[in-house]
Write a new protein. Structure first.
Length: 192
């Protein structure tokens, strides 16, 4: 659901008389405009105004029976708007979490990498170590097979202890090795 539609819906719902109308329709429907006016103690034009606003956001719908118009609560639409708000909130929460993770990764990379891209030290903390290893393998291609020498040369661009890092790639499921040939695992298999 589009954000502007969601905002319009909640603006319309931000009125006490409209909420009372919905409560009446939820309790017993259908009701005519005249009955709604009597129950709320307001004039018919007031009901017409508020019903028009509720119809704009599909909160109610009407049916005509001869000369009388009856109003119904559109429960399906109300439920969709309610769920849409939670969807937006959850999406926003996950976007914030993603931004926070990206900021954290950037900070870790800045702390452990020299300006020329070399690794100062291999982090001791597992979480930081995994972020560094992901950075080191980012230029390797999934599906391509690498010899041990090629992997060593790639790791040397970042750190001199290629044997330890190569071993860590295997231990943390970034890569698998068979007969001296290395290949990246799918990201879903990487240690988290």
């Amino acid at each position: 659901m589009q954000l502007d539609k969601l905002v319009s819906f909640h603006k319309v719902m931000g009125d006490e008389t409209r909420i009372k109308l919905l409560v009446l329709l939820a309790a017993e429907q259908p009701l005519s405009g005249q009955v709604l006016a009597e129950r709320l103690g307001v004039k018919a034009p007031t009901i017409s105004h508020h019903i028009a606003k509720l119809k704009e956001v599909s909160a109610v719908y009407e049916r005509r029976d001869k000369n009388t118009i009856y109003y119904f609560l559109n429960e399906k639409s109300l439920k969709q708007h309610s769920e849409a708000l939670f969807h937006v909130l959850n999406r926003g929460r996950s976007e914030v979490e993603t931004m926070e993770k990206d900021n954290e990764k950037t900070q870790i990379l800045q702390n452990f990498l020299l300006p020329n891209g070399l690794l100062k030290t291999i982090p001791a903390q597992r979480k930081k170590k995994l972020i560094i290893f992901e950075h080191i393998i980012k230029d390797l291609v999934i599906g391509k097979k690498y010899t041990e020498k090629e992997i060593n040369e790639h790791i040397k661009k970042f750190h001199e202890d290629y044997a330890t890092i190569r071993r860590e790639f295997i231990i943390n499921h970034f890569m698998y090795r068979e007969n001296g040939i290395y290949e990246l695992n799918p990201k879903e298999m990487w240690a988290k």
